[in-house]
Design a binder for this molecule. Structure first.
Ligand code: SAH
Length: 234
């Protein structure tokens, strides 16, 4: 999703108290190399120790905000790489001020700079860009390199919930997830007609559009493999 560059969107985002801002790179200590002071400190950000869920590529934020309304005892962080898109979520949150929502403009590649190992309970990936060319497979948010990043920030038995209308991306994702040793907990190629998985399903903006055109929606829930001994610090 890419909207026309909207004048002033960066300024509005920078002024919003629900947006986590990247600190000046010059301020980040050389040793940590991270410009994100929130890493490892999300409990302080929200002022509680509720579970932490992250949506990557949240678009205009309708899904995240509905989840947050339904689950006030869970904290939600929405990540989006384009200011022009994030602006829409910021405007919604400025109106509603859900206490359990924070937003970040960032590239998903940098997730481990923002979340410490094991800090995240669940990740949502909804209608991620398909990157159809083989040469761009590494940019898909369900590619092996991204799964490795998710594995680092998710806690033991942390889960990912993924939805897409794109069959090729779904097939690719199932393969990557299996090869990386994750456990598939649930899978459907017709979410809206699956009695189990469609219960409590929240439509995203893309989901509304594509299912409205009669396209079936694929969904998969998967759980991270046990950490290797090395990662556990043995
Ligand atoms: N989840 C929304 C939007 C889907 S479009 C919905 O279902 O309606 C995919 C979104 O992911 C776009 O807004 C795009 O800008 C964002 N995105 C794609 N790659 C990203 C990345 N690497 N890091 C952060 N956001 C990304």
């Amino acid at each position: 999703m890419r909207l026309r560059n909207i004048k002033g969107s960066r300024e509005v985002i920078a002024a919003c108290r629900y947006v986590i801002q990247e600190e000046g790179k010059e301020k980040a200590s050389f040793a940590s190399r991270s410009a994100w002071s929130v890493r490892g400190k999300w409990k302080e950000v929200f002022g509680n120790d509720h579970p932490l869920c992250v949506e990557i590529g949240m678009g205009k934020g309708a899904f995240l905000m509905e989840l947050a309304r339904r689950n006030p005892g869970i904290n939600y962080v929405g990540i989006e790489k384009y200011s022009s898109v994030l602006l829409r979520a910021v405007q919604k949150q400025e109106k509603e001020e859900l206490p359990n929502v924070r937003l970040i403009r960032m590239e998903a590649e940098n997730l481990p700079d923002v979340f410490a190992p094991g800090e995240v309970d669940k990740i949502y990936l909804n209608f991620s860009d398909p990157w159809p060319k083989d040469a761009h497979a590494g940019r898909r948010l369900t590619s092996r390199a991204f799964l490795d990043r998710y594995q680092r920030i998710l806690k033991e038995q942390g889960r990912i919930e993924f939805k897409t209308d794109n069959q090729e991306l779904f097939d690719f994702s199932v393969e990557e997830v299996r090869e990386a040793g994750w456990e598939i907990c649930a899978l459907t190629r017709d979410l809206h007609n699956d009695p189990e998985l469609s219960r409590n399903n929240i439509l995203t903006e893309y989901e509304e559009r594509w299912s409205g055109e009669g396209k079936p929606i694929c969904a998969m829930h998967f759980q991270k493999p046990a950490n290797t001994q090395e990662e556990q610090g043995f």
